[in-house]
Write a protein that binds this ligand. Structure first.
Ligand code: GDP
Ligand code: MG
Length: 301
């Protein structure tokens, strides 16, 4: 299946639950009035968009009605689509302006960090970039092996140590290797769970200090990987990780298997962080740069 078809299939539940009902709501009203807007609001509230974001959407819709731009019923869907596109925000490209650039990948266990690194490496390698991956999730041996398999598939070099070794030391080694090999991009995999949350956040801070010291002028991306199937929980996670790292972008995974695609709508307005990639499966090409127009299209059409 092509990427867009997978995205559409993944969003079909959200689409049916919310956007598929909009026509029904519209049918029940003659003109655009407060009653219609309230009915619409109720529909959005029942979705997984998040209450704050729904308020924002409704405020904008009401503004359009007030200003006279939205008069007819058949303009409602188009207006809503426009508002959603603006809220979701345009996807932003990775800043990879230095050699090497650094992409630190963080997120809870199972969010899809290692898989995303495989997919992103593959995209970069196929554009002719030399990619080095640091296996700084040293918590389990299996995590290192899994990353090694992805590196083999994508054509990236891996720098690793034994299970249980100091993640910051792996990063230090990987930076030295990337410099020596004149790599274009260094991608760092990290653990999603250590003995406790404080440990995890301290570990990330330590890794950040090593990068700051060894590559002070490097272009940096701190990508937070989120599992879309966890819905609003993903936003709570993001707020926690934001305390440990300056997150520059989000990777929203598992949009193929979720009834909670609405998360992509509220996440930018809730966090102020752009979604840079979305994942729609476990294969190497199941990832794309985020495109707000395409996403909204998949929700409505
Ligand atoms: P990590 O613990 O954050 O490194 O997560 P992994 O990369 O190991 O992924 C956890 C599980 O989620 C694996 O079974 C992946 O195959 C699966 N996975 C990752 N991304 C996606 C996605 O976009 N869609 C689906 N369906 N599964 C995914
Ligand atoms: Mg992993």
């Amino acid at each position: 299946m092509a990427f867009l078809d997978k995205l559409k299939a993944g969003l079909s539940k959200t689409k049916k639950a919310i956007f598929g009902q909009i026509d029904e709501v519209l049918k029940a009203f003659v003109k655009v009035d407060e009653d219609l807007l309230e009915e619409l609001e109720e529909l959005l509230i029942m979705s997984d968009i998040g209450v704050g974001a729904v308020e924002e959407i409704m405020e904008k819709l009401r503004d359009e009605v007030k200003s006279g731009r939205l008069k007819e019923k058949d303009q409602v869907t188009a207006a809503l689509r426009g508002i959603l596109e603006d809220m979701i925000g345009e996807g932003e490209e990775l800043n990879l302006s230095t050699t090497p650039s650094v992409i630190l990948v963080i997120g809870v266990n199972g969010a899809g960090k290692t898989t995303s690194i495989g997919k992103i490496s593959n995209r970069l390698v196929s554009k002719g970039k030399k990619v080095v991956v640091a296996a700084a999730d040293t918590f389990r041996a299996a995590a290192i092996d899994q990353l090694a398999v992805w590196c083999e598939r994508s054509g990236a070099d891996i720098v690793k140590q034994n299970e249980g070794s100091d993640p910051a030391a792996v990063v230090y080694d990987a930076i030295a290797y990337a410099k020596r090999k004149q790599a274009d991009v260094l991608i760092i995999d990290t653990a999603g769970r250590l003995h406790n949350k404080v440990n995890l956040m301290n570990e990330l801070a330590k890794i950040n200090r090593v990068i700051d010291r060894e590559l002070p002028d490097a272009a940096r991306e701190n990508l937070l990987v989120l599992d879309a199937t966890t819905g609003q929980n993903a936003i709570i996670q993001a707020k926690e990780f934001r305390n440990a790292a300056n997150i520059t972008g989000l990777v929203l995974n598992k949009l193929d298997g979720t009834a909670k695609g609405g998360i992509a709508i509220s996440i930018k307005s809730e966090l102020g962080i752009p979604v840079k990639f979305i994942g729609v499966g476990e294969k190497i090409d199941d990832m794309q740069e985020f495109d707000n127009k395409e996403f909204v299209k998949a929700l409505f059409e």
